[in-house]
Ligand binder design. Structure first.
Ligand code: NDP
Ligand code: GDR
Length: 365
């Protein structure tokens, strides 16, 4: 039985990856940092009582900023594969917490790689580093591939740039099987509530059920190459199963403006949206209602721009070239954006039907 160690196991990707690895028969160890409330919702369905026999999923308290802890867990678990998914992953929030982001996302990656060396596991343990399309930042060329130059545009992306290169360096210096997956944005019903797709699908659900009046968004012109997290964790696994350690872009090759995702999400609850105005004055209104089951009215203002959500430096356009991952890994996504959006809106409508609490909608993101 192979053993995997997943950092950030209770995050969006950690949850889908843990499920995939368990299906494949792995022993899965997950690292989770301590929080004042239990926040394992995304992996509760995978829970195994540690007192029972043949447990294949175990959680460990840990933190990317604590080398001693990471070394001890790796020593105890002796993993064949490490998936380093833990990170302060919100681009906008990284402008508020730049030093912490550098520590967790940049130096955190070094801590994992160094732990492998300290423990003499260079030949045993394969490492996946969660790199990101944010590395491309200010557009140099499109579509972005493994050879496109990087130009990071946030403390998050700069920290991840360090993570990317230290992974390449350890591979070359110590002959370790260490790889970067340069993943473009991927979403799901498990996506954190302050990333734009989930923020939109939650707001669409709440507005259509009459629980919220409208949503406030930032840059509606930004374009992203959005895929489904379920497809993307399959690529992570494939990247660690090759003969040779290499870096791969994982993307759909299709880009969509934030504004169009808003329209797509409202269409799922039977509303056509039109946008008027420009920049901070742009607004979205309900133009037509095709499903009277929901509480949406023609003329209702459902989107406003709030500059609080603008980033000091923005990544305007991401569109990935997945040719290498398709040809070398044989990776093919199953979901397209409309199917992803449908699943997310339907899930959020269910959430709000059960529990109509509003949260700190306008805190961040
Ligand atoms: P999430 O934000 O959903 O999950 C991040 C996980 O990391 C959470 O479990 C979080 O714990 C944990 N974490 C954060 N800081 C620390 C720390 N200091 N020590 C230990 N654990 C920590 O991210 P995703 O699942 O979406 O992304 C997974 C990885 O992939 C991240 O590294 C992200 O930067 C990267 N990535 C994501 C993409 C995407 O589109 N989703 C695209 C490209 C890269 P807690 O719940 O306690 O906060
Ligand atoms: P991103 O994702 O920054 O690409 O990083 P996010 O969903 O936060 O933003 C995507 C784009 O939408 C614009 N936007 C808004 N974003 C948020 N969060 N909230 C808003 O109200 C809003 N309005 C417009 C943003 O400006 C941006 O252009 C994600 C994270 O998962 C990273 O960890 C990962 O590395 C990259 O994807 C690939």
């Amino acid at each position: 039985m192979k053993t995997a160690l997943v950092t950030g196991v209770n995050g969006q990707d950690g949850a889908y990856l843990a499920e995939l690895l368990l299906e494949k028969g792995y022993m899965v160890h997950g690292i989770k940092r301590r929080s004042s409330l239990i926040n394992t919702d995304r992996i509760d369905h995978l829970y195994q009582d540690p007192h029972s026999e043949n447990v294949r999923f175990k959680l460990h308290y840990g933190d990317m900023t604590d080398s001693t802890n990471l070394i001890r867990i790796i020593q105890e678990t002796q993993p064949d594969e490490i998936y380093n998914l833990a990170a302060m992953s919100h681009v906008k929030v990284s402008f508020d917490t730049p030093e912490y982001t550098a520590n967790a996302d940049g130096i955190g990656t070094l801590r994992i790689l160094e732990a492998i060396r300290i423990l003499g596991l260079e030949k045993k343990t394969r490492i996946y580093q969660a790199s990101t399309s944010e590395l491309y930042g200010l557009v140099q060329a499109v579509p972005q591939s493994e050879t496109t130059p990087f130009y990071p545009r946030s403390p998050y992306a700069v920290a991840k740039l360090y993570g990317y290169w230290i992974t390449v360096n350890y591979r070359e210096a110590y002959d370790m099987y260490a790889c970067n997956g340069i993943l473009f944005n991927h979403e799901s019903p498990l996506r954190g509530e302050t990333f734009v797709t989930r923020k939109i699908t939650r707001a669409v659900a709440a507005i259509s059920l009459g629980l919220q009046e409208k949503m406030f968004l930032g840059n509606l012109d930004a374009r992203r190459d959005w895929g489904h997290a379920k497809d993307y964790v399959k690529a992570m696994w494939l990247i660690l199963q090759q003969d040779k350690a290499e870096d791969y872009v994982i993307a759909t090759g299709i880009t969509t403006p934030v504004r169009d995702f808003v329209k797509m999400a409202f269409a799922e609850v039977g509303a056509e949206i039109e946008f008027t105005g420009e920049g901070v004055n742009e607004k979205g209104f309900v133009k037509a209602v095709t499903n009277p089951e929901f509480e949406l009215k023609v003329g209702q203002e459902v989107v406003s721009v709030d500059p609080a959500y603008f980033r000091p430096t923005e990544v305007e356009l991401l569109i990935g070239d997945p040719t290498k991952s398709k040809t070398k890994l044989g990776w093919e996504p199953e979901y397209d954006l409309p199917a992803l959006c449908r699943e997310m809106v339907a899930a959020d409508v269910e959430v709000f039907k059960k529990d109509n609490k509003t949260q700190w909608e306008h805190l961040a993101g």
